[in-house]
Design a protein around this ligand. Sequence first.
Ligand code: AMP
Length: 217
Amino acid sequence: MALHTRAVFLGAPGAGKGTQAMRLARETGVVHISTGDMLRGHVARGTPLGTEARDYMDKGQLVPDRLIIAMVEDRIGEPDAASAWILDGFPRTLPQAEALDTSLTGSAQSLTHVVYFHVPEEVLTGRLTGRRVCGKCGAIWHVQNHPTSKAGVCDTCGGALTQRSDDRPEAVGKRLAVYASQTKPLLDYYRQRNLLTEIDANRSPETVYETLIGLMQ
Ligand code: AMP
């Protein structure tokens, strides 16, 4: 993969961005920056940011732009992110996309790829409500599509699986509505800049990964 990959992964919650980004990071060494994971880390540690973000997250709403933008700018300024990264779950609003552009321009950098993981809306709800995450290593499973050999136990590390609070049915509908109204407009934003590549993500993770690797060479 290109040495200076600076990629954005776009797509609805449940489209598989995190699963693919995690594997790409493991196999290529690119730094995976997931704003959702970072925020969950803040919530777990009880930081002021976590305390402020928690209510929004539990309700399936977006955390305010000012908090997220500062968090991402700090992260991509860290030494390990100097050469190659993937942003997973950011930007999610037009102001976030504009802030990212401004920040990259300021450091004479630019995005190399914007990948849109497309999954039909009717498939997303089932993917989200059945998703389970390992509390120890972060591996992502699904009760039907990608089950562990022993229910509730991670095959990778033996950790206990949990359901994210925002994957409960009450929050899922809200998240998909927020995606449609606030994040989908970013597809046009990046299409107009000739950066957007669409992947059919309604296929097996293996097939999606092969397509992804092909286009990120
Ligand atoms: P994710 O793991 O990407 O689905 O994110 C989980 C939750 O974290 C979202 O539903 C939002 O509440 C919050 N979040 C993550 N990334 C962002 C972002 N870029 N802007 C606003 N809120 C975010």
